[in-house]
Design a protein around this ligand. Structure first.
Ligand code: FMN
Length: 357
């Protein structure tokens, strides 16, 4: 595999490598895909107001999350069936992420299993669980997660049922997880409440992340309930359609959280400049789901590591050119809202591909 020099090349190679079924599963969203497009339109609607004559000869973008050093403020979100994109699945992500120096959130619907992965690729990691059993079942998994040395435990709260993803339905495509609209038992996910959060916090000593927060009210309630990481997400536009862009929910969530716990955001962040925008608006770290899946599809572990290096270069270049030598300089007054240049879509961060590059 030749080295990629741009993220556009990574995306192009991913498209070449995937058949239509896997491609649509990766890029698609729910219903009309408006939430998916809004995520991107939201990111595109913020522009930089750069500051000049600051010394940016040494840009520092490193941080930490739950005590784990992050080389850049980025996490790799849970991707179900990631083995569709590269055979080694979660293990390939784990190796790339460990070598680069960020954090992986492993989905419960991919291979290898969380215990196998902990044995194969030791290192800090968060485990995201979809509930498919009763409280005793969940407790057993969380305990095993603690025993396997996981850094944190994540509940995805925006998946009370499986959404209708028409690209998949119209092709009769069934992801490896077997999850399609109207099938599978989502009753345990649907029954999840604040009592579930209280129960986990009372019984287990492992940092808890709630993924799928979309409002200031729920963010404040998470903090009150002892949640350790508030994760703003609309599941990449794959669950409830017609939601706000995640970047639009971020400022009110950050204001409600008031720095008491870290805030992670995902949804439409594809490039280094996108990451910098989210940090300006109050995120402590940014999740990049399709970035992760596309890089895996482009060439597994090696391509993901390659893509992360390009991303780091983009992050640091954007920070330097915005006049920010460190993360503390990334504040909302570096941004302004303007009309996006054109209609957004899931890959509109890569306009050169539309010109045939
Ligand atoms: C192919 C695919 C599979 C996903 N599987 C999961 C999953 O198993 N659990 C989960 O919480 N989120 C899952 N997500 C959502 C991501 O974790 C993340 O929230 C989303 O991709 C962020 O949006 P972005 O792709 O625009 O970065 C999945 C997303 C994609 C694209």
């Amino acid at each position: 595999m030749a080295e990629f020099l741009t993220l556009s090349e990574v995306v192009k190679q991913a498209r070449r490598n995937l058949d239509q079924g896997a491609w649509d599963y990766l890029v698609g969203g729910a219903d009309t895909e408006s939430a998916l497009r809004r995520n991107r339109a939201g990111v595109d609607s913020w522009v930089f107001k750069p500051r000049i004559l600051n010394d940016v000869s040494d840009v520092r973008a490193g941080t930490e999350l739950l005590g784990v050093p992050l080389r850049i403020p980025v996490v790799m979100p849970p991707i179900g069936s990631i083995q569709v994109f590269a055979e080694a699945g979660g293990a390939a992500v784990a190796r790339a992420v460990r070598e680069f120096g960020i954090l992986q959130i492993l989905s419960s619907v991919c291979t290898p299993s969380f215990e196998e992965l902990a044995a194969q690729v030791p290192g800090p990691r968060i485990y995201q669980l979809y509930l498919v059993g009763d409280e005793a079942w969940m407790d057993d998994i969380i305990q095993r997660c603690v025993d396997a040395g996981y850094t944190g435990f994540c509940l995805t709260a925006d998946t009370q049922t499986y959404s209708r993803r028409e690209r998949d339905i119209m092709k009769r495509y069934v992801p490896l997880s077997g999850r399609v609209a109207g099938s599978g038992d989502f009753s345990a996910q649907a029954r999840m409440t604040w009592d579930t959060v209280a129960h986990i916090k009372e019984k287990f000593d492992i940092p808890l992340m709630i993924k799928g927060v979309a409002t200031a009210e729920d963010a404040a309630r998470c903090v009150d309930a002892g949640v350790d990481v508030v994760y703003v997400s609309n599941h990449g536009g794959r669950q409830l359609d017609h939601t706000r862009a995640c970047i639009d929910a971020l400022p009110e969530v950050a204001a409600a959280v008031r720095g008491r716990v870290p805030v992670v955001v995902d949804g439409g962040f594809m490039r280094g400049a996108d990451v910098v925008k989210a940090l300006c608006l109050g995120a402590d770290a940014v999740g990049m789901g399709r970035f992760e899946a596309l890089a895996m599809a482009a060439g597994g572990e090696k391509a993901l590591l390659n893509a992360l290096h390009i991303l780091e270069h983009e992050v640091k270049t954007s920070m330097a050119l915005a006049g920010a030598a460190g993360l503390e300089a990334l504040t909302p007054d570096l941004l302004e809202r303007l009309q996006p240049l054109g209609p957004a879509h899931v890959l509109s961060a890569f306009p050169l591909l539309e010109e045939g590059y």
